[in-house]
Structure formats: C-alpha cells, structure tokens
Design a protein around this ligand. Structure first.
Ligand SMILES: NC(=O)C1=CN([C@@H]2O[C@H](COP(=O)(O)OP(=O)(O)OC[C@H]3O[C@@H](n4cnc5c(N)ncnc54)[C@H](OP(=O)(O)O)[C@@H]3O)[C@@H](O)[C@H]2O)C=CC1
Ligand SMILES: O=C(CO)COP(=O)(O)O
Length: 329
C-alpha cells in the first residue's frame, strides 16, 4: 500500500484525499484545525470543504501531527495556498523530506520571495527537482467531489516517477498524464490565476463574452511571452495543462480567482472580497510576484499590469480596463 501525506485541509486537499484513498493508498491527512480532525474521525467528512464527500478511515488517517504524517510517507503532497507554505514547513524538523517525493498541488508562488514552490523546496528544503512533481491541469475540486470526468497533468523532470504517481490518481473519472515541463506548467498555472481575476473583473464591470474571448486569447500570448523568456523549451501551449487550465479558471463558476475578480469589478475592496469568499484566490498574491519579476524582463504583459494596478495601486477597475481594452487586439 502506498503511503502518502497530504498537507492541507482545504478543498483541493480534500479532493485529492478522496481520489487517492478511493484507490486504496494510505493517506495521512494533516490539517491545522483540531476540531476539523476530530470531526473527520467522528463523522468521516471534512466539515468545511466539500463536506458532502465521505471518507473510509481504513485508508484515511486524519491528524494534527504534521511531523508524524510526513515521517511515515513516501510521497508528500503540499496542498496549502502558497502564502502558507513557509509557515507549514517551519513546523517540520530539518531534513524531513529526505528520500521522499514532494508533490506540489499548489498553483501559486511564495509571496515576497517571488519564487515557485519547486524553487523554494529545492533552495530551502534541499529537495532536488528530480524528486519533485507538480499536479496541474484543469480540475476544480468541486467537480472531483461530483465525480465529473477530469484530467490531471503531472509535471516532472523524471517521467518515470510522474507515471508512478499518475497510476495512484487514475480512476473512473480521473485521467492523469505525465509531462516533462515542471517549471513551465507551474508558471503557467500561476499566471492563469491572474487572467481569471481579470476575467472576473471584466464580468463585474459588465463586459460581455465578446470581450472575454479576446482577453483570454491575448492572455495566452502573455503566458507564451513569459514562458519563452523565463523557461524556453519546445512546448505545446494548447495542451490542457496550459490552455485547458486557463479556460476552466477563466470561465468556471467554481473558480475562486474569477469569483474574487468579479467582486473587485463590482466595487468590493480586496479585503472585503477575501473576507466574503472564505477561500484563497492565489492570483491576488501571484500578480504581485509576476509583476515584480517582469520589472527585470520588461515583457509586454498588459493584463498582468492592469490587474496589479487595480489590486495594488488602487486604480479604479473601470479606468484600468479602459486603458487595457485599447491594448488588446
Ligand atoms: N480548489 C481547487 O479546485 C484547486 C486548488 N488548487 C490549488 O490548491 C492550493 C490550495 O487551495 P484550496 O485547497 O483551493 O484552498 P481553499 O481556499 O479551499 O482553503 C484554504 C486553505 O488554506 C488554509 N489556511 C488558511 N490560513 C492558513 C494558515 N495560516 N496556515 C495554514 N493553512 C492555512 C485553510 O485552513 P483553515 O480551513 O483551517 O482555515 C484551508 O485549508 C492553492 O494553491 C490552489 O491554487 C489547485 C487545483 C484546484
Ligand atoms: O486551478 C484551478 C482549476 O484548475 C482552481 O482555480 P481557482 O483557484 O480559481 O478555483
């Protein structure tokens, strides 16, 4: 039986635990809240995220002890929002990840340091990138809970390990495929969240589908420019880990980033939108990181710049989108 630690108690962690435990892996599931762990043990449901999903406790071991969860596992899945990664890892002794495969389910960057999760793990936790995987692809936790057909891409520098992990995920409603572009899909997943914020803002400002289609196609060019500059290699950006993930986040009713953007477009402040949503929109933090990185590259990234100006320079969304609309083609 494969032993997997899942770190995080939010919606994506909950969906991944469902997939893995139904495939009869043993999942040591760490979440920070003691009451949530007790609730899971007593009622076999996560009380606050995807609460309709039931768990078989023969395979799922909920815990507040992160050190014990990681110690017994061969695979460690990080599924907390990027902003909390450092805080969560600081709970572990040094070298806790030695000999394990680290799997990031996170679509965000370390705020302030402006680095990817894989770079953070390599630099600060000494996990070589050959021992790292990223879970990517267009997939909302809410649709996993409903067992709707979904596709995941597992990014890695080591396709054999990626394929082994794919086997742990595949089931009746999940297809999983390996891809040798760890950093490219990680960056693409970060930027698509910014674009989904922009789509939400546009919707909140009452722009229509005609505008959004141009916004999304221009966004693909923005992603292409960025990846080509920072991580050049031959890749097909129309693949589901890139374009597919952008589309689901830009259009889905389940997207946290789109929902957050919609509130901003309708006049909420970032703080009140965050409070109302009670879930994390990674794009809010990511736009600052990508904007900062682009100060060095000076790439043409009008959508990222517009979202940054709205969220961090407090420029009115209507004014910023007047400027943006003249830059799109
Ligand atoms: N949801 C989805 O469909 C998908 C999400 N992802 C990615 O997964 C990652 C996790 O997001 P998701 O599961 O959606 O998150 P949610 O928004 O569903 O939940 C937020 C999580 O963050 C936790 N949290 C809040 N503050 C802290 C803190 N200070 N320290 C530790 N944990 C904290 C919350 O814990 P608590 O409940 O105790 O407050 C909760 O578990 C993100 O990078 C996201 O982009 C990727 C693909 C799909
Ligand atoms: O990455 C996702 C779907 O693939 C989740 O996006 P949101 O965080 O915007 O819901």
């Amino acid at each position: 039986m494969e032993k997997i630690a899942v770190i995080g108690g939010g919606s994506w962690a909950t969906a991944l635990v469902k997939i893995l435990s139904e495939n009869k892996s043993q999942v040591h599931w760490w979440m920070r809240n003691r009451d949530d762990v007790q609730h899971l043990i007593q009622y076999k449901h996560n009380p606050r995220y995807l609460s309709g999903v039931g768990f078989d406790l023969n395979y799922v071991k909920p815990t507040n002890d992160i050190e014990a969860a990681v110690a017994v596992a061969d695979w460690v899945i990080l599924a907390v929002p990027a902003a909390f990664v450092q805080q969560v890892i600081s709970l572990l002794p040094d070298n806790s990840f030695k000999g394990k495969v680290l799997v990031s389910a996170i679509k965000g960057m370390i705020p302030g340091e402006n680095i990817l999760i894989s770079d953070y793990l390599e630099r600060h936790c000494i996990v070589p990138n050959t021992h790292q995987l990223i879970i990517a692809g267009p997939c909302h936790a809410e649709e996993v809970a409903l067992e709707k057909q979904s596709y995941l891409t597992i990014g890695s520098h080591d396709l054999e390990t990626a394929e082994r992990f794919c086997e742990l995920l595949r089931n009746r409603y999940v297809k999983a495929n390996p891809l040798d572009d760890l950093d490219g899909i990680e960056y693409s997943a970060v930027i698509k969240n910014i674009i989904a914020l922009a789509c939400g803002i546009a919707h909140g400002l009452n722009y229509g589908d005609n505008f959004q289609s141009v916004l999304v196609s221009n966004a693909m060019l923005e992603i292409e420019r960025f990846l080509h500059r920072i991580m050049p290699m031959h890749r097909s950006l129309s693949g589901s880990a890139y374009l597919g993930d952008l589309l689901v986040t830009a259009y889905s009713q389940f997207s946290r980033n789109r929902t957050f953007g919609n509130m901003i477009g309708r006049g909420y402040s970032a703080k009140s939108a965050q409070m109302e949503m009670n879930m994390v929109a990674e794009g809010y933090y990511a736009v600052q990181s990508i904007y900062e990185l682009n100060k060095t590259f000076q790439l043409d990234m009008p959508i990222t710049t517009a979202v940054y100006n709205i969220l961090y320079e407090r420029i009115s969304p209507a004014v910023e989108f007047e400027i943006l609309k003249n830059k799109l083609k």
